[in-house]
Design a binder for this molecule. Structure first.
Ligand code: AMP
Length: 217
């Protein structure tokens, strides 16, 4: 099964994609994570992307399309994938269709996770993660059980994304409204767009996604 999780920054795509990956062995392809790894490795792509990402803007389509095409050819995605953060523009969505048909693959569903902007800003401004295992936390909404110690792996170092601040978030939300939201009618026309209320509790959102996909948890 191949699916896309669509939604603004902070909508919960990463959390839900990880849950689907663990439960149903689909591969999470998070383009933001792949780009951040390229930045850490100081690769040519990473060097180009860093400034754009820090400013909250979108990396050019040609670079993103090439990156995801290479990734989709890897054997570990053959059993199904969840795209988290791609496509983010109509040209990316069109390129994805073309590459999937070249690979003999199909999209089963595109799930839009809808969350109010005020809530998105609150979620993104306080979020941080374990530097070792990537478990997510939030200053006000979800602190580790023991202060300063990761619940999942007991590591004591945490990181915050450079772009998770109020100023950059306003640019990221604008990019979502102007460049990403026009994808929604594209997938509606194909009859594969489903909408989930992302304001609900995380477990309820997970259950709604399972229902849409016809998966029994
Ligand atoms: P994310 O982790 O999904 O919030 O992505 C972080 C940043 O990576 C975005 O703000 C963009 O600068 C860049 N990025 C990730 N995916 C894409 C994409 N599909 N197209 C353009 N830029 C992207």
């Amino acid at each position: 099964m191949n699916i896309i999780l669509l939604g603004a920054p902070g909508a919960g795509k990463g959390t839900q994609a990880k849950r689907l990956e663990e439960r149903f062995h689909l591969k999470q392809l998070a383009t933001g994570d792949i780009l951040r790894a390229e930045v850490r490795a100081a690769s040519p792509l990473g060097m180009t992307a860093k400034e754009i990402m820090d400013a909250g803007r979108l990396v050019p389509d040609a670079l993103m399309i090439e990156m995801i095409e290479q990734r989709l050819k890897q054997p570990d995605v053959a059993g199904g994938f969840i795209l988290d953060g791609f496509p983010r523009t109509v040209p990316q969505a069109e390129a994805l269709d073309a590459m999937l048909s070249r690979l003999g693959q199909k999209l089963q569903a595109v799930i839009e996770m809808r969350v109010d902007e005020a809530e998105l800003i609150k979620r993104v401004s306080g979020r941080y993660s374990c530097a070792k295992c990537g478990a997510s936390y939030h200053d006000d909404l979800h602190a580790p059980i023991a202060a300063g110690v990761c619940d999942a792996c007991c590591h004591t170092h945490f990181t915050r994304r450079a772009d998770d601040n109020a100023q950059t978030m306003s640019v990221r939300l604008l990019a979502y409204r102007e460049q990403t939201a026009p994808i929604l009618p594209y997938y509606t026309a194909k009859g594969i767009l489903k909408v989930v209320d992302g304001m609900q509790d995380m477990d309820v959102v997970t259950a709604s996604i399972h229902k849409i996909l016809g998966l029994v948890a």
